[in-house]
Design a protein around this ligand. Sequence first.
Ligand code: NCD
Length: 475
Amino acid sequence: MPRSVVSIDDLTSDEMEAVFQLADRFLAEMATPDRPYRVQGIAKIANQSILATLFFEASTRTRLSFESAMLRLGGQCISASDPSQTSASKGETIADMVRVVGNYADAIVIRHPLEGAARVAAEYAAVPVINAGDGSHEHPTQTLCDLYTLRAAQAEKGRPRSIHSIKDLNVVVWGDLRHGRTVHSLVYALARLKARIIPRAAPGCELPEHVGSRLKRDYHCIPLTKENVDDGLPPDVDVVYMTPEEPHQLALFDIRMQTQLKGLKTVDALYSTRLQLERLATNYAGEYPAVDSEFLKQKRYREANVMHPLPRVDELSYDIDEDKRSMYFKQAAYGVPVRMALIASLLELHPALAASPVAATGRYPEYRRAGGIECTNDRCVSRAANERRYLAPRFWIVQSGPPILRCVYCDVEQQPGAYGAVPTNKFVADLATWQEVNSEDLIFFAGAAEAAKAGYEPRKRKPRKKDVGGELVAK
Ligand code: NCD
């Protein structure tokens, strides 16, 4: 399978740095005089290649910067940006669409409202797939632009021009942390790079539970709150996510002793985001926080780089556009060199990415079965009527005591309420013994009622000793 970028975790930190060094080279060789962040001209690097951009949601920056990047590499683009004009409107599935488009282009960029759509595309396409945003799930290439901007800002402050300069930065993520996909990919990367994440959500727009859980489970992030920190959390900060140097330090990590959090007195970057109105079921009644010149007068923000994925609405005042801390237009301009570097790497025109990917985070055992538990997220690709024709529910078993299942497509986690063994057609509603069933026979259910509905009967007795480790036997 070719390398694809669906999650920010599909790239290791070293690979991101290699992609950034290539973007540095494009800027060094092709920048517009007086505008060192803007690429001009055409490099004849990808002149044998075609990029397909498939956009099933609105986009300005992402689609145009991808297309500009491909054209500046000397390649060609084909594009579908109006869903009503594609066969998706005739009921074509994502799997079929990318199998076809993979014969017309050498790489596919996809934006889709279903969470996990890009994962499906990457599994079925014969060419690299880049996720340009899948619902509220992830937007990894925006994160690459964000990290590249942070890295450049650190270089301007005299630190090495390296992704590792992001370590220990205090980054405030601001606004709609629930529905905004850019923030999700960003916090995963920040946690991995060991920056401190300070969420400042608009009311009702807090980080989703599964994002917090992935921060803790996959990156060993510790949420520091007023309860577990003696001193150091500013009054307006409820929680800071912090990653210890090494996971094994967790056992020794006495939060009260270790965290004076002196560093929190300054903010290095403020990442503001728009309320994702199009993803809300009702009008937003809360007060949405805005950044303006008054706000930036606070001492803590004196050195803070202001970032935003754009487009902005009211959360970022026009009165800070000329402020030297404002980075958002540069951040958008970096979309071209960064995406040039990513495309060139995925097309194997440059060796920034290894042929066999190394997982950026640990892997979990996988559970995959039709007929049992399904993802609870109704925006997940695995729940969409068309895609269900061929997609079986798939989960990572991220906790093995009482099991916790994380959807492979959208990351939403849940605890099953019952388990059974397929050959016996029996189920048990007590999860304590689920590991007694062979993984190839195991089926999880949301609860006893779902198991009964699927035709399973309750198991009457506890397994005998000799059954342990084997199949469920009910006589
Ligand atoms: C973002 C997106 O589409 O998620 N835009 C972008 O790609 N730069 C942010 C947004 O729409 O608010």
